[in-house]
Each structure stands twice: as C-alpha cells, then as structure tokens.
Ligand binder design. Structure first.
Ligand code: CUA
Length: 171
C-alpha cells in the first residue's frame, strides 16, 4: 500500500499497468499449475484408487523364509526358486541349476529396494519388500552367471553379488 500523494502520477500509471500484466501472468501460471496438479491427481486416483500404506513398504518378516528353500522342481525340466535380496547379498547363492532347466525366480527383499539382475540373460526384476516379482529363464548353456544388484541400496551396493552355476548335463 502506498500513499498516492508521495508518487509521480506517471510512475503510478506505469506500475498499475505492469501490475495488471503481472497479475494476468501469475493467474495464468497458477491456473496451469492447479490444472496439471488436479489432472495428475485425478488420473492417479482413477487408475490406482486411493492407496494408503501404513507399513512403510516393509515386508512382514514372517512372510519371508529365513533360509530360502533353494531350487524346487516343478516339472520335468521346470524349477522355481525364491530369491531374496537383503543388505547386501542374494540368497540362495551360489545356486546350482541343471543345464537346460527353465527356472522361475520369485524375487523379493527383506529390507530396502534391490535390483535382481542376472548378467547375460533377460532377467531383471526389482526386489521390493512385501512384493514378489517373477521372471522365467531357460539356462541352455552351462557355466557361471553373475547376479548383480542394479538398484542403489547403500554402502555395500556394488558388492551385492550372487552366482548361478549351470551344471552341464552329461549326454
Ligand atoms: Cu542391493 Cu544394490
């Protein structure tokens, strides 16, 4: 607020005009922001509903086996395995797999986000506490495959390694 008597009328007129433009642009900017925010919120709620998680995305320790069972045979050449990431290792490791086996990995984490990736394969699953992701792969050649963590998870992230050993099948 200003006292009109103290001001040059030209300057006052200039300021009023400038303020009108400023107000218009501020109005446009706020309208855009509110529209985008409301639109984003609408589509998020439309797609996912209102989701309030109170568990902090932590896994229920009872739901995760202390020692994963290892390779479980599910068919003639089919196997499944529960793969658990924790600070800072993959279990079970090393995991022995017979050559030619089709293995379904059920991947989860007991603490924070990890990234389960088997090098030189198509397997790449985010390990999320309380959530199990799956990926299936057929190990057609024998050899050693490295498991790495590709999601930054703390001070020993780069050392979070595991191994899958595909044992050759005798002809
Ligand atoms: Cu686990 Cu990075």
């Amino acid at each position: 607020m200003s006292d009109a008597a103290d001001h040059d009328p030209f300057e006052d007129a200039f300021h009023r005009a400038a303020e009108r433009h400023e107000r218009a642009w501020v109005f446009v900017a706020i309208t855009l922001l509110v529209t985008l925010l409301a639109g984003t919120m609408f589509f998020v709620v439309y797609d996912y509903g209102v989701v309030v998680r109170t568990d902090g995305f932590r896994a229920d320790p009872a739901a995760i086996p202390a020692a994963p069972a290892g390779l479980v045979q599910a068919g003639p050449n089919a196997y499944s395995v529960q793969m658990v990431g924790h600070l800072w290792a993959w279990s079970p490791s090393p995991l022995h797999v017979p050559q030619g086996a089709t293995v379904t990995f059920h991947v989860t984490s007991t603490d924070v986000l990890h990234g389960f990736q088997i090098q030189n394969t198509t397997v790449n699953v985010t390990a999320i506490p309380g959530v199990t992701g799956t990926a299936t792969y057929t190990f057609s050649r024998a050899g050693t495959f490295n498991i790495i963590c590709n999601e930054f998870c703390g001070i020993e992230h780069q050392a979070m390694l595991g191994r899958i050993i595909v044992d050759p099948v005798k002809p």
